[in-house]
Design a protein around this ligand. Structure first.
Ligand code: ZN
Length: 176
């Protein structure tokens, strides 16, 4: 978990948020429309994707790549709390980037293998909580990160993954 806590200011119609970018080594500021978040929540977590370059680059450092465009993902819950932040170059974070977080240990990455419509919740096939967690299993988060973003314990997520795997909805990729 990052020691750089995200800051959120809630206004009437919008939310102002500062999230730590691991590439810039800066807090990145963004404004979000509350309605946009609520519409994007779909019972779960809203993911804000922001392409940017470092607003305050270190001009003395020739190896500083933060002046190249990169992306920050900010995961936001229905109370407008930031529950996760991720920075990466390219279209999506690589498995290597994910692996760095838990060096030496086995990395488990849950991935949705079957598209699950929201209707499945209304039909009682899966719970709201399972639906929310499935949305975070985008192949960009380790099992521990899914737990952090969903604000659940790793044990709970492990148990849920077993249930969802039995339903043929997820698989857990392991990297050592
Ligand atoms: Zn950045």
């Amino acid at each position: 978990m990052s020691e750089h806590r995200s800051i959120v200011k809630r206004y009437f119609r919008e939310v102002e948020c500062w999230a730590w970018c691991d590439i810039c080594k800066e807090m990145i500021q963004m404004k979000l429309d509350k309605e946009e978040i609520q519409n994007g929540l779909e019972l779960g977590i809203y993911t804000k994707e922001l392409k940017h370059i470092n607003p305050y680059p270190d001009s003395d450092d020739p190896d500083d790549r933060s002046v190249e465009e990169h992306t920050i993902y900010v995961y936001i819950d229905d109370k407008y709390n930031v529950t996760g932040v991720k920075s990466f170059f390219g279209d999506s974070p690589t498995i290597q980037t994910l692996g760095q977080k838990v060096e030496g240990a086995e990395v488990r990455i849950p991935i949705v293998v079957k598209d699950v419509p929201e209707m499945s919740v209304h039909l009682g096939m899966i719970t709201q909580e399972q639906y929310k967690v499935l949305k975070i299993c985008d192949g960009m988060n380790t099992l521990e990160q899914v737990a952090e973003i969903a604000q659940k314990s790793v044990d709970e997520i492990e148990e849920m993954m077993e249930q969802l795997r039995d339903k043929g909805l997820v698989k857990v990729i392991r990297r050592t």
